[in-house]
Design a protein around this ligand. Structure first.
Ligand code: 6R9
Length: 632
């Protein structure tokens, strides 16, 4: 059993050991896994190339650690509880024994359809157990999964498939999220018109929606599963063999394929799950993220299964059929640990307290928050109404690139402070730097958050572009990993993340690069230039404000705005639709797009100095409007 910190003193003692002797510390944790072959070197690294290897020389398969080793003791224990979108539909319970068989079968399906170790496989599925089965089956044969959130558009899929040259895509006919219908297979058909690497498309029949099946390319999950054996021996992987790619937005260019490898990710996912949430045997764990984001990877699939836990996959939304859905779910499945996002909490807050009537939440012991800063008001609401004042809230700060949680209280152990992610986990050496890269010492300070030393779960590269990995994370402050976040350290040495300091907007916990969004908007026929900035949004944390320049007079702005939003939905996905759009008139056409964006951002930030006389540059009404609506 993995070690679990039990007291605050023990946390301090373990933390100190992890910083003074990281190799001793992480070798000790790694002892608790099943290895085909043990490592020769615990850690080898430099942040200049950067090159980071953990457990070099070791061989293992992560699914043996998630499944095979549990079978002797947990064959009949539930591994996954599936809660459907429609509460009238039956939920599903899948035992470790059943999950093990399903993964072995699907691993054989992948092999029978030409997937080999190292091949990339795209997964575009709803929140159904088959999504976890597909991920695990890939890991079992050594294929690299690239999961794409089922809210992304056809173009986003083809961009990602082309970038990592996926050989196969796994999808479903479609699904409902709330009342909204998603025709996944139709979207995939569209995406595959502009890809050339996909040889096979496996379709899981989830809702019996009519679909088009292209002969020679498209095959049904159930047909293939019926043809293969139920036996499968896991492929032994090298510690640093790739496990998955997950695309995420940055401040420049197209989304990048963040690459995670096998052994370090496994050790870190399992250790943080057990310690942050203070997981106990038999706990029912519920994380409401989607498997299309890193939170779903680490804390719905890998972290819980590595610990032999019971994990819930919820297909729906918090407000369907009504705003009591989360609380019904907790009551129905007797959830002990509940992990969600501030956006969801804020949106439910608006419905008042009546939605709790008659719902028994007494099974809850630990609450969690992730994805964006949680404001104090939402923190207290969550603490009082959901946790009834008794459950610690773990405000967990981390990123796609970090693989697992880096800053968080340990539930019930670390003294809490509302809206603070509190303290670093063992192995995580933080520092704050000023613009010049000088370390800011002491407490009661604020700066850019960096990390000094590698931790096992960190990303190793950007798929196909190691130089981009270096420039994005290791070049702003040489020798350090730069997170892109601003952060305060208070008088007690507690950390509070203040938000992104780069051009990334965090909308409901989803990262959207302003450059990427501007490129998408500029592709619209009526738009010649655009600039996107964030503004504070009551529910989403940040909203998207798009300023556009058109080259002709627009009679009906509302029609154009809707059209731009629909266009963004098509290019990126519905979650990236601008909340507000404003046509900007009066900017001289000679200015380049880049300069114009800078001017618009400055005005949006309320800074009209150094851009000349704004009244001659921009319609003064627009300046006022921008100032009123937007922030940094
Ligand atoms: C796990 C995840 C990462 C960005 C990160 C930061 C923000 C995440 C947070 C938080 C404040 C927290 N973020 N957790 N900000 N408090 N507890 O969300 O990964 O989608 O890559 O986003 O999200 O800005 O840099 P990802």
């Amino acid at each position: 059993m993995l070690p679990q910190i039990k007291t605050f003193d023990e946390y301090k003692e373990r933390y100190n050991l992890s910083i003074e002797q990281p190799r001793v510390f992480w070798a000790g944790i790694a002892e608790h896994f099943q290895w085909t072959k043990k490592w020769d070197t615990v850690l080898d690294w430099n942040f200049a190339e950067p090159k980071i290897t953990w457990y070099q020389g070791a061989q293992l398969n992560i699914t043996e650690n998630c499944l095979d080793r549990h079978i002797a003791t947990r064959e009949n224990q539930t591994a996954i509880i599936w809660e459907p979108n429609d509460p009238k539909e039956q939920s599903r319970s899948i035992t470790y024994g059943q999950l093990f068989i399903s993964v072995k079968i699907f691993a054989n399906v992948l092999v029978a359809n030409g997937v080999k170790k190292g091949d990339r496989v795209c997964i575009y599925l709803p929140m159904i157990p088959e999504a976890a089965i597909a991920m695990l089956a890939c890991a079992r044969i050594g294929a690299v999964h690239s999961v794409i959130f089922a809210g992304f558009s056809a173009q986003s899929i083809s961009d990602r498939v082309n970038d990592s040259k996926c050989k196969m895509i796994i999808t479903a006919d479609g699904f409902y999220r709330g009342e909204k219908k998603f025709d996944l297979k139709r979207i995939v058909d569209d995406a595959l018109k502009s890809t050339s690497s996909i040889e096979k498309c496996i379709v899981f029949n989830h809702r019996n929606f009519p679909v088009n099946m292209e002969a020679g390319r498209d095959i049904w999950w159930h047909d293939e599963a019926a043809k293969v054996s139920v036996e499968h021996i896991a492929q032994a992987m090298d510690a640093e063999d790739p496990l998955f790619i997950l695309y995420t937005s940055g401040s420049t260019g197209k989304p990048k394929g963040v690459l995670h490898t096998t052994a370090g990710y496994m050790v870190y996912a399992a250790y943080t799950f057990k310690n942050v949430f203070q997981y106990r045997e038999q706990d029912i764990f519920c994380c409401t993220a989607d498997i299309g984001w890193v939170t779903g990877h680490t804390y719905i699939v890998y972290g819980p299964l590595l610990n032999g836990a019971t994990t819930i996959m919820f297909e729906g939304v918090p407000t369907y059929p009504d705003a009591g859905r989360f609380w019904d779910l907790i009551d129905k499945h007797k959830v002990n640990i509940f992990y969600t996002a501030p956006t969801a909490i804020r949106s439910l807050q608006a419905y008042g307290e009546e939605v709790f009537t008659g719902k028994d939440l007494s099974s809850l012991r630990v609450l969690g928050s992730v994805g964006e800063p949680i404001n104090e008001e939402a923190w207290h609401w969550y603490h009082n109404n959901v946790g009834k004042g008794k459950c610690p809230i773990v405000d967990t700060w981390w990123q796609t690139e970090t693989g697992g949680i880096l800053i968080s209280p340990l539930a019930g152990i670390t003294p809490l402070k509302p809206a603070f992610a509190t303290l670093p986990l063992p192995g995580v050496e933080l520092l704050l730097v000023d613009e010049k890269g000088n370390e800011i010492m002491g407490n009661g300070v604020e700066g850019n958050l960096c990390i000094k030393h590698p931790w096992p779960g960190m990303a190793r590269s950007v798929y196909g572009d190691h130089e981009r990995f270096r420039t994005t994370y290791f070049s702003a402050y040489p020798g350090l990993y730069f997170t892109g976040d601003g952060c305060k350290r208070d008088e007690d040495g507690y950390y509070r993340i203040t938000g992104r300091v780069d051009d990334v907007i965090n909308v409901s916990g989803h990262r959207i690069g302003t450059g990427e969004l501007e490129d998408a908007i500029n592709m619209h026929g009526e738009v010649i230039e655009s600039a996107v900035v964030a503004y504070p949004h009551d529910l989403k944390g940040q909203g998207i404000y798009a300023y556009v320049i058109c080259d002709k007079h627009i009679d009906n702005k509302e029609i154009l705005y809707k059209d731009i939003r629909d266009h963004v939905t098509k290019v990126i996905g519905a979650f990236a639709r601008p909340d507000k759009i404003q046509i900007v008139k009066g900017l001289p056409r000679t200015r380049s797009g880049k300069i114009m964006r800078r001017i618009l951002r400055k005005i949006a930030e309320g800074d009209t100095s150094n851009i000349g006389d704004t009244s001659t540059l921009v319609d003064p009404a627009v300046v006022e409007d921008i100032k009123a609506g937007a922030i940094k």
